[in-house]
Design a protein around this ligand. Structure first.
Ligand SMILES: [Zn+2]
Length: 369
């Protein structure tokens, strides 16, 4: 019989190694014929020994393979002494088979099926390490900046005073993400682009969120202030609007800009007289400013879409028109606002329609930043 056989299970024991503090045991365990047989042979101590074995495996061999066990380890795992080997022999017997024997290897019966969380703990650990590495740049503590270091870096890029924060908080009054739905009235300063991603501490990168929204936003870098203002037809003070750069910097960051300099600026195009230079950056900056998103002008996919439309004869004004039109139409729509992205807006067969979109009077009169 496996560690669990039914849908209803009871949690027992805990395991530090796999971060799981229990294993699962079927509620039908005590009435199972294999359990009864084991009990007849070894009494209560046999049942306790089996549970000890499961807990030991969860902690020391989460895949459930016990092939390596010698007599001492069997004793350690089961808590039995004199009749330990007899007990193991019973566990491996076809009539009881709490331990499966395959090609002279031994496994806890159906361990993966019934204690999958424990079984896959090492895989989860690797995934968690990979995610942490992606988030922090390294899982090693050497390279991991602590929050105060990151804050120090962020303040070099942009800063604000307590009074300035209070001014913003009083302007919005409620969480700009859930608009007060969480029921939490206290507002936290959320960094729109998180500090670990190089965001600044300037007010153009700060939005008031409730604790619930703040803790659940994850990788989201949406500027919810813009959506908030758009949906209420109010204008956010210009000093809080994110500058078109990637990191909302008010003062230049000491590190090189993530956007390579060879990207032509629209001014250089106008002055240089080279009509083929495509204003990737201006288009994406315009889109980011309108939507509060953080698309990169260096993205190959984004450049491909822009370049294709540009070669078809689209102008900078038309790109902006498409962004204006579709922002006006989709920004308030929680379903559609996700499509305010280069791949959709500048898509072949769609772009012309977006440029020439006829908006209703109500939509076109909305205030967009
Ligand atoms: Zn909220």
């Amino acid at each position: 019989m496996p560690a669990t056989t039914g849908a209803r299970r009871a949690a027992l024991f805990f395991c530090k190694a796999c971060m799981r503090k229990d294993i699962l045991v079927a509620l039908s365990f005590f009435n199972h014929h294999k359990t009864k047989r084991l009990h007849l042979m070894f009494g209560d101590s046999g049942i306790v020994a089996l549970m000890k074995l499961w807990a030991y495996c969860a902690e020391h061999c989460p895949t459930g393979e016990v092939s390596r066990f010698d007599e001492i380890e069997w004793k350690l795992a089961t808590g039995l002494d004199e009749n330990c080997l007899e007990f193991v022999e019973a566990l491996c017997s076809p009539a009881i088979s709490f331990v499966d024997v395959k090609n002279s290897n031994k496994y806890i019966h159906d361990w993966e099926e019934h204690n999958g969380w424990v079984f896959h703990s090492s895989t989860r650990k690797k995934i968690a390490q990979k995610a942490a590495s992606a988030k922090w740049g390294s899982t090693g503590s050497k390279n991991k900046l602590n929050r105060s270091q990151r804050m120090s870096d962020a303040k070099k890029k942009g800063n604000h005073s307590q009074i300035e924060w209070e001014e913003m908080r009083d302007f919005f009054k409620i969480c700009v993400k859930c608009c007060g739905d969480s029921g939490l009235t206290e507002l936290d300063r959320d960094h729109i682009i998180p500090l670990y991603k190089g965001g600044s501490h300037g007010l153009d990168n700060i939005q008031p969120l409730c604790a619930k929204c703040n803790s659940s936003k994850g990788w989201d870098t949406t500027d919810y202030r813009l959506i908030f203002c758009t949906s209420r037809n109010i204008k956010m003070p210009a000093k809080w609007v994110r500058s078109a750069g990637v990191n909302c910097n008010k003062t230049p960051a000491p590190s090189p800009s993530p956007i390579p300099s060879p990207i032509p600026s629209p001014k250089s195009k106008a002055l240089s007289g080279k009509p083929d230079e495509i204003p990737y950056q201006e288009i994406i900056e315009y889109l980011n400013t309108k939507t509060g998103k953080s698309y990169r002008a260096t993205s190959a996919d984004t450049r491909e879409h822009i370049a294709a439309r540009w070669k078809e004869g689209a102008t900078l004004a038309e790109f902006k028109k498409a962004i204006d039109n579709m922002t006006a139409k989709w920004m308030k729509d929680p379903e559609m606002c996700q499509y305010l992205r280069p791949a959709t807006l500048f898509a072949r067969g769609k772009f012309d329609g977006y440029v020439n979109q006829v908006l209703s009077k109500k939509v076109s009169e909305g205030v967009f930043l």
